[in-house]
Design a binder for this molecule. Structure first.
Ligand code: IMP
Ligand code: MG
Length: 187
């Protein structure tokens, strides 16, 4: 059944589009230029947070005109609902030691900020030289937590969004844009 669902049906679950494919492309390129200049002459390790950051990693890494290393972590914070639990668990750890490395965490979204603030201190405690954060999207809630997100793609409202890597119950990650999930899908 899943496989036969047409794209138009998927789109009808979306209340409104908030970041278009073109806007994402332009913004990711801008962030890439900023990163190239900020990390000039330094090794750079991008750490993608699975699975939400897959699109951001794919696009950002290809936009960067320099060498980078890539690694991945998987952490859980949400389960299948739409509210952050604050409980962070490592499901997949980094493959390599990061002692002395300049690390840039690549995330899909910073909402409560709990996941990222936990992740940042976790990586810092492993002896990284620096740990910065890039998030494609930032919700207003994030301002309440003391986590410094150096690179932000777009500030968005509090609505639950999907697409460009972001899921609801593992679906919608493949949408090329970011949209607000229609309330009837989860209310
Ligand atoms: P935080 O700990 O509240 O900042 O949430 C971080 C994680 O929750 C993100 O990495 C996402 O996987 C997920 N998340 C937060 N807001 C949304 C949303 O609007 N849509 C889909 N996933 C979200
Ligand atoms: Mg998620």
């Amino acid at each position: 059944m899943r496989g036969t669902v047409e794209l138009s049906v998927v789109h009808s679950d979306i209340e409104k589009m908030i970041v278009t494919e073109d806007e994402l492309k332009v913004r990711v390129a801008e962030l890439a230029r900023a990163i190239e200049s900020d990390y000039d002459g330094r090794d750079l390790l991008l750490v993608g947070v699975l699975k939400g950051a897959i699109m951001a990693m794919a696009d950002l890494s290809r936009a960067l005109q320099r060498h980078i290393d890539m690694d991945w972590m998987a952490v859980s914070s949400y389960g299948s609902g739409t509210k952050s639990s604050g409980v962070v668990r490592i499901l997949k750890d980094l493959d390599r030691d990061i002692t002395g490395r300049d690390v840039l965490i690549v995330e899909d979204i910073v909402d409560s900020g709990l996941t990222l603030s936990w992740l940042k201190s976790n990586l810092e405690s492993r002896g990284a030289k620096s740990v910065e954060i890039l998030a494609i999207l930032r919700k207003p809630e994030a301002a309440k937590v003391d986590v410094n997100v150096k690179y932000v793609g777009f500030n968005i409202p509090t609505d639950f969004v999907v697409g460009y890597g972001l899921d609801f119950d593992e679906k919608y990650r493949n949408l090329p844009f970011v949209g607000v999930l229609a309330k009837h899908m989860y209310a």
